[in-house]
Ligand binder design. Structure first.
Ligand code: GUN
Length: 287
């Protein structure tokens, strides 16, 4: 029954606040006459969504006072060419962060490309060394989208400690690392996925539901516990081609306690956390 007031968690506002904090720190650094932090973004091929994400990252750097360089490569790029760009950026002591936008064109092994990035410049937190550090509770960088999700929950006043958290999706970028971070925050975490039996019975127990399966408006009211906090990681298109999430927003509004909108929820947080990681990398390199 729709008898509840639902908080819409404003990711755009929170991301702007975090970016503002990064910008203030960067301004203070340049006031001391020090070099600015620098991010290198590598993109290959012409995936339109990736191009939009990369443009947003470049714009965020400009706003924060972080230098950025974008290396654009063709869809026919070879692993050797990618290695060569990454090696150059690894050894450039003015480059603090290196990010290879995924997905890469078919035929390129993404794992070996990520392995080539120096772990101390891996601001995406995709390198196995950094992934391991997250799992052992000793992180240097935090994975951007998962860390953004934790910030959104805290911003909304949602208590993670002791909560039943259900993550639906097990990707290396979102599902697995957000499960690790929720566990670090003392949540009781279940990871569900496409093979999970009776998914509704699993998700409808969740105090915190993380929807990351990439299916437009999949999570209808029957999947959601009344009062739950719902974080929608989806970036999908509805039947009319309009941007929407994995959650049927109108269907669950008035049932859940809090929800992130799409757009304006998780998306802006990913970029804000990337800015934070780039500043962190700068501080590590500058001592
Ligand atoms: N593709 C989709 N999300 C991401 C991300 O957070 N980082 C990179 N590098 N590629 C992505």
């Amino acid at each position: 029954m729709k008898d509840r007031s639902t908080l819409i968690i404003d990711g755009k506002a929170l991301a702007a606040k975090i970016r503002g904090e990064v910008a203030s720190e960067c301004a203070a650094l340049s006031g001391e006459g020090r070099r600015r932090p620098k991010l290198c973004v590598i993109i290959a091929g012409d995936n339109q969504a990736s191009k939009v994400y990369v443009r947003n990252k470049r714009k965020a750097c400009e706003d924060c006072g972080i230098d950025s360089v974008t290396v654009e490569l063709g869809a026919d790029v070879t692993r050797e060419e990618l290695f060569s760009v990454i090696d150059k950026m690894n050894s450039d002591c003015e480059v603090d962060g290196i990010l290879v936008q995924l997905p890469l064109p078919g035929g390129i092994d993404e794992k070996e490309i990520i392995l080539r990035i120096s772990p101390d410049k891996d601001v995406d937190c995709f390198h196995p060394v950094n992934v391991g550090r997250v799992y052992t509770g000793d992180p240097v960088f935090l994975p951007c989208t998962p860390a953004g999700i934790i910030e959104l929950l805290k911003f909304a006043g949602v208590e993670i400690s002791g909560a039943k958290c259900v993550v639906v999706g097990r990707s290396n970028i979102v599902g697995k690392p957000v499960a690790a971070l929720l566990l670090s925050e003392n949540g009781t975490v279940t990871v569900a996925h496409s093979r999970t039996k009776d998914l509704k019975s699993v998700t409808s127990e969740a105090d915190i539901l993380i929807a990351a399966i990439g299916k437009a408006k999949f999570f209808t009211a029957e999947y959601v516990k009344p009062g739950a906090a719902v974080i929608d990681v989806g970036m999908d298109r509805d039947e009319e081609g309009k941007l929407c999430g994995d959650v049927d927003f109108d269907g669950v509004f008035g049932i859940c306690g809090a929800i992130t909108p799409v757009p304006g929820g998780v998306g802006p947080m990913t970029v804000a956390m990337l800015m934070k990681n780039t500043l962190k990398a700068y501080k590590l390199h500058e001592g």
